[in-house]
Write a protein that binds this ligand. Sequence first.
Ligand code: FES
Length: 103
Amino acid sequence: MSSWVRVAAVADCDVGTLKGVMVEGTPVVLANIDGDIFALQDECSHEEYPLSDGELDGEDLVCIYHGARFECATGRNKSLPAIRPVKSFAVQIQDDEIYIDLS
Ligand code: FES
């Protein structure tokens, strides 16, 4: 069952940036890639540091701590030292507000 929660305004997440938000106790990082918004759990699967401290490189989020790379659209890990993906959340935009499905 879906559980859509408003997490931010689109205006709060500029193109090419990351934004960390806390959603009902879950840390979430929003990534704006060319106007498309993606949402991942804001916790690296390597050592649990916030991915929102990292940076975008194309369609990937690169963890600033040890360089692990994750695909923003899916959370798939693409490089060491991460050997596991991070959770990704479905995103909807309604009336310039960002909603994610926390279920
Ligand atoms: S905590 Fe992200 S690569 Fe180590």
